[in-house]
Design a protein around this ligand. Structure first.
Ligand code: ADP
Ligand code: MG
Length: 327
């Protein structure tokens, strides 16, 4: 391992300021962390691993961005349950070509987004690795008992919605793979790249939705086709999406003139939310003037799966591709 001494490294990443969460009893420094869960809440826990050369390379992400994103993708899973994030743990496997400064940058990136959500780093593990850096982040969150937003909550008659715009991250990745993160990019391209490097988890929207009577929800890590299929399978319903309703940014449509919709359907890592709610609840939201959610389709009874309406034709959307109806 490149770092001189594991103990001094752990001391340097240990949060120096007073912790954000007052339910924390003991964080980094003992055999394990201890916190007192609030009796009115259910605990939410999730974990995700990023591996060098698989999920990022020196070409696509700086150490700071790797840290930011490794935590952001886990916060996004908490958002997709309707919860609030509280704590995180980090296990890192370090090859010898990474400097201590670069590792500290990873922690600085995590710390930026952790501060936004008032999360505390409460533990982890440090080991060496032969070739690739691997970083596993675990996030603990909470939501009011019984309020978790499951993929299985969709019912026939529901409206399907998404947050934000879809497909930007995958177009940003394509640009990074072409030119590298230090390449020259115009303003629109830079926007797409930023969407890839700094995903914005939708905690506030998830919290708002958790107050509603029945919402199904999933975060978009793998593209709309895949995530909509996950909702359809978990809820045993048919989902019909309308291509013209899928919100695309002008940056994406300008950059991917012909393939923008494919980026939304089959790209990934947008970390927006897709979900469903009753038509009645959707109308109430519209009357209240909401603008964060866009309707992209409807739910009906039928074989569990996803269908796309595009220019008058109906296409089955497999998790990873189109399957045109055979006549
Ligand atoms: P142990 O031998 O009990 O597992 P460690 O030396 O691995 O202890 O860890 C000491 C403390 O530092 C523990 O509180 C652990 O959670 C924390 N820690 C170790 N590595 C990391 C890391 N990479 N990031 C955050 N906390 C860490
Ligand atoms: Mg340990």
């Amino acid at each position: 391992m490149s770092i001189q001494d594991e103990f001094s490294f752990i001391n340097r990443i240990r949060p120096s300021t007073i912790h954000h969460q007052d339910t924390l009893v003991t964080g980094i420094g003992d055999d394990a962390a201890v916190y007192i869960p609030s009796p009115s809440q259910s605990q939410i826990i999730c974990t995700d691993t990023l591996v060098e050369e698989i999920h990022f390379t020196n070409q696509t992400m700086s150490p700071y961005q790797i840290g930011y994103k490794a935590l952001a993708v886990n916060i996004s899973d908490v958002a997709a349950m309707g919860g609030t994030p509280l704590y995180y743990l980090v296990s890192i496997a370090i090859p010898s070509n990474w400097s201590e400064q670069e590792l500290l940058e990873i922690y600085n990136g995590m710390s930026e987004i952790a501060t936004t959500y008032r999360m505390d780093l409460i533990g982890g593990d440090t080991v060496s690795s032969k070739n690739s850096l691997m970083i596993t982040v675990t996030v603990i969150g909470e939501t009011e008992k019984g309020r978790q937003l499951l993929r299985s909550h969709a019912k026939a008659g529901d409206v399907v919605f998404v947050t934000g715009t879809i497909g930007d991250s995958s177009a940003g990745l394509e640009l990074l793979l072409e030119r590298g993160r230090n390449g020259g990019f115009n303003e629109e391209e830079s926007y797409l790249i930023h969407r890839h490097q700094y995903p914005n988890p939708r905690i506030e929207v998830g919290r708002m939705l958790s107050k509603m009577e029945r919402v199904s929800l999933n975060d978009i890590s793998d593209g709309l086709a895949s995530e909509a299929n996950e909702l359809a399978e978990a809820s045993q319903v048919m989902i019909t999406l309308e291509a013209e309703l899928i919100p695309l940014s002008k940056e994406l449509t300008n950059c991917q003139v012909e393939h923008a919709i494919d980026k939304a359907l089959f790209g990934g890592e947008d970390f927006e939310l897709i979900g469903t709610m009753s038509q009645a609840d959707w109308e109430i939201l519209q009357q209240n003037g909401q603008t964060t959610l866009s309707k992209i389709g409807t739910v009906s009874d039928g074989n569990p799966g996803v269908v796309l309406k595009q220019e008058g034709s109906l296409i089955t959307l497999e998790k990873k591709g189109y399957n045109h109806f055979k006549k």
